[in-house]
Structures are given as C-alpha cells and as structure tokens.
Unconditional design. Structure first.
Length: 252
C-alpha cells in the first residue's frame, strides 16, 4: 500500500535529533525518499538506521551555501527530483536583550534565519523543475508571542514566520507552497539543555507543563504528523500558514 509521500523526495535539516529526526522518520514511513542533513554524521546515521537505512545521509552546515548546493545536487542525482524541504536546523541561547552577547545574537540569526533562507533559496530551482513542491519551516510559538529570556530566539523565529509568508506570496504561482509549523515546548536535546541548566530543573519542567492546557509537553511525533500533511498533496491549497502545534499554549 502506497504511503502519503510515495515518490516524493524530502530534504530534512537538523535530522539527527529531536523534531527533525521525528519528521524524517515519519516521512520515511509514508514512503518518501528522505535526505538527512546535519553537522553530526553519527546522529544522522542513527536516524537512518531507525528508518531501516533507507535514507540518504548528507553531512552539512546550513550556513554554508556551497555545502547546501552539494546536498541538493547529491539528492537530485540520487533520487531524480526534489519535492519537499523541511527547514528544522536551529539553536537557542536564553537571555534578555541585555544578557545575550553579540556573538550569540549573530549565531542565532545565522542558523535560525540566514541558514533557513539559504536552503530555501537554493531549493527553489529544484522545486520548479518538479512542477512545484513544499517548503516547511519549523518556527515556534515564540515567533508569535514573546516570553521572558528569549530575546534572540523569539526574534529569529518571528523573522522565520514573516519570511514564510513572503515566500508563499512570491512563489505560490509556481505551485511552491511555504508554511511554518510553530511548536510549543517539545522534548528535544535543545529543550533538555534548557531544563537541565535551570536553577531548579524539576520546577522548570513543571512550569513548562503547566502552560500547556493539554497537560504535557510535546514530543517530536506531535510535530511530525503536521509536517507529513504539509508535505503531501492533501495540503495543495495551504500556503503562507503559521500553524501552532502547542498543546494549547497560545490559547491561554
């Protein structure tokens, strides 16, 4: 029985752990050809093994244009066409605008915004050649609402939300859809570090759970389902959308 993404080729950045890994595994289960992109090859190999080894591994840094070009060329040579890009690679430095260093601010925007833009720009010719496709940006609920100690991260995710909308307007006529998923607090390596570094980790985790009306924090699989929908032809009339998957966080 064919999956929802059969005959589609998808690039997933930050695929070695967390949300990216969850999305990559869900795509593979739905029949997609998946290209795993990230800086840690060992982590990518773990994801590929979990997907029964059917994925193509491409170790790369999304902030380096020549490496992105190599990833896309390799994917096209291996699978023929490219239909989906998931921009998931990202990082987080906690702090107020006063506490964040210039280096942390620059790195945040270099990865979370510039890297996403570079990947999106580079994949456009491939999506045109395939007569359309889907770009899925992993933003955040903090790209919609502000919160304490997230000055750089929230600002970067707000930029992702508006870049998503602008690209959707610019490229809709080409059948290229661009949407953003805005997760709430999801258990990943990134968020694990945030909890671990809190003065009282147990209290910090309880606080995160309390602000999600559904009564728990998220798992990568909670995000993967929406990514599958946005990558599939089922969402052919969905573009420019900012879609929270947040356990009710924004409803509070």
């Amino acid at each position: 029985m064919a999956g929802r993404l059969t005959r589609k080729t998808a690039i997933v950045t930050g695929a070695g752990s967390g949300i990216g890994r969850g999305i990559a595994l869900a795509f593979a289960r739905e029949g997609a050809n998946v290209v795993l992109v990230g800086r840690r090859k060992a982590k990518l190999e773990e994801t590929a093994q979990a997907a029964d080894g059917s994925c193509l591994i491409s170790s790369a840094d999304v902030t380096q244009p020549y490496q992105i070009a190599e990833v896309l060329e390799q994917a096209a040579q291996h699978f023929g066409e490219i239909h989906v890009l998931v921009n998931n690679a990202g990082l987080l430095y906690p702090g107020t605008a006063e506490q964040i260093t210039e280096a942390q601010w620059d790195e945040t925007f270099n990865v979370n915004v510039r890297g996403l833009w570079l990947c999106s720009r580079a994949v456009l010719p491939y999506l045109r050649k395939a007569n359309g496709g889907s770009i899925i940006n992993i933003a955040s609920v903090l790209g919609i609402n502000g919160v304490r100690l997230r000055a750089a991260y929230a600002a970067s995710k707000g930029a992702v939300v508006l870049l998503t909308k602008c690209m959707a307007v610019d490229h809709g006529v080409e059948k290229i859809r661009v949407n953003a998923i805005c997760p709430g607090f999801v258990e990943t390596e990134l968020t694990e570090a945030v909890i671990k570094n809190a003065p009282d980790p147990d209290a910090a985790l309880k606080q995160r759970i309390a602000v999600h009306p559904i009564g728990r924090v998220g798992q990568p699989e909670d995000i993967a389902g929406l990514a599958v929908y946005l990558a599939s032809d089922e969402s052919s009339w969905v573009t420019g959308a900012t879609l929270p998957v947040d356990g009710g966080y924004l409803a509070v």
